[in-house]
Design a protein around this ligand. Structure first.
Ligand code: ARG
Length: 408
């Protein structure tokens, strides 16, 4: 997107102020090039500024999803898992990026890619050659032999792929793997602290690294100024990851009081994909996923939502993340209603996907709120989303870096 010097003003009846969680009326957001230069709530458009009026709508900062798999989307198990290479995934990933952007998500954190597909997609988007959200890419997720991350999505220990993998055992191998990811362009490091649902292990939540190994992931990643996202369903694995100093717990399904207290003490974010369970239980049998995985989902689905509710109540920091890819890209916004059903106010759910997410990503100076100096990543939904959070599924306007990507 070539920066133009022409100034544009977006106007609408309301604007969501991510800092306060409140709405301001008579919204005016003035944009020059790819940045916001002024935000007003008196309805006045400065002289000589072209106006785009969105009427009875609410302007929000471009949304941020902290947990996606932009290079993959669930489909028929045999076809998707057994017959797709990283190159197949690379060919299709831009379609998922477009759908994500159209849904109002102007920034995503990709946590676990096949080879470096997410890095390549990020670079193509940054060059303006492909449309899509800003991507923070992880490259390949780290995990122990036999872990949730073994063999691509961990679907079978018997699958062997040529080329790159995120498997690393022991402190030396872990340090080397973090460095390898960084060398090839990773912005963030993802690893499996525990077992998972969509993988072959019997357990859904047992720890899969020792404390020393988890400490090493964090120590090496932070040395390179990369934040760490830990996949963790089980209580013990969550506590180990928090003690190791990870920046976010992904899924966080089985939280007890001590885990919640530890997360508060360490300032660890919870990124809980609380919509996911509905989709997996509704669709994954039809998609021919193994019954054992669907049984594991039954063990974490409801428990995860109860954990989320208790974490919200206790004041644990929450950032929005969906695991999109497991369910269709572009449906990311469906999770807002789930978050309000399980304890958040609408304003808190919107903050989770804006200012909190930006904080977790370390990008508050660039994205996540509507303020002068930040990227002009601005979306609109019709009506008032604080009255009806389902409106977050009806994003009608998307601007990214000052460029209109969707207008309806
Ligand atoms: N990728 C995750 C895993 O395989 C998905 C978990 C989805 N289930 C849930 N209740 N959030 O472990």
């Amino acid at each position: 997107a070539a920066a133009q010097s022409e100034r544009v003003a977006l106007t609408a009846d309301r604007l969501f102020d991510a800092d306060s969680g409140q709405l301001r009326s008579n919204a005016v957001v003035v944009i020059e090039g790819e940045r916001i230069v002024e935000v007003r709530s008196d309805g006045k458009v400065p002289d000589g500024v072209r106006r785009i009026d969105l009427g009875d709508a609410t302007l929000l900062p471009g949304l941020i999803d902290c947990h996606v798999h932009i290079d993959w989307q669930s489909g028929d198990f045999n076809e998707q898992i057994l017959r797709r290479s990283a190159i197949d995934q690379a060919v299709i990933a831009h379609v998922y990026a477009r759908r994500t952007l159209d849904a109002g998500f102007t920034t995503v954190r990709n946590v676990g890619s096949s080879e470096f597909v997410d890095v390549a997609l990020r670079n193509a988007i940054n060059r303006g050659e492909v449309a899509g959200p800003r991507i923070l890419a992880s490259g390949m997720a780290l995990g122990a032999t036999g872990s949730h991350m073994d063999s691509g999505m961990g679907m079978s220990p018997y699958l062997r792929f040529d080329g790159f993998s995120g498997i690393a055992d022991g402190v030396d191998a872990i340090r080397a793997k973090v460095r390898f990811n960084v060398k090839y362009g990773a912005d963030v490091i993802k690893y499996a602290a525990s077992a998972g649902v969509l993988s072959e292990e019997e357990s859904v939540g047992d720890p899969q690294y020792s404390q020393e190994e988890m400490n090493t992931v964090v120590d090496e990643s932070h040395r390179w100024h990369r934040k760490v996202a830990a996949h963790a369903h089980g209580t013990e694995a969550i506590k180990m990851a928090v003690k190791a100093g990870v920046d976010s717990i992904e899924h966080g399904s089985m939280l007890d009081d001590e885990a919640i207290a530890l997360m508060k003490k360490h300032g660890t974010y919870l990124v809980a994909d609380v919509y996911n369970d509905d989709y997996i239980l509704a669709e994954f049998a039809r998609l021919k996923f193994p019954q054992s995985m669907i049984e594991k989902e039954r063990k974490v689905g409801r428990v995860q939502r109860e954990s989320f509710q208790r974490a919200v109540k206790a004041g644990v920091k929450i950032a929005f993340g969906t695991d999109a890819g497991v369910y269709p890209h572009g449906d990311n916004g469906k999770q807002f209603a789930k978050m309000t059903e399980w304890g958040q106010t609408a304003a808190q759910a919107l903050q989770a996907a804006t200012i909190n997410a930006a904080d977790l990503l370390g990008r508050k100076d660039q994205v996540g709120s509507l303020k002068p100096g930040l990227y002009a990543d601005v979306i609109a939904v019709p009506g008032n989303p604080l009255d009806d959070i389902n409106l977050m599924q009806k994003v009608s306007f998307v601007m990214k870096g000052g460029k209109v990507e969707k207008a309806r």
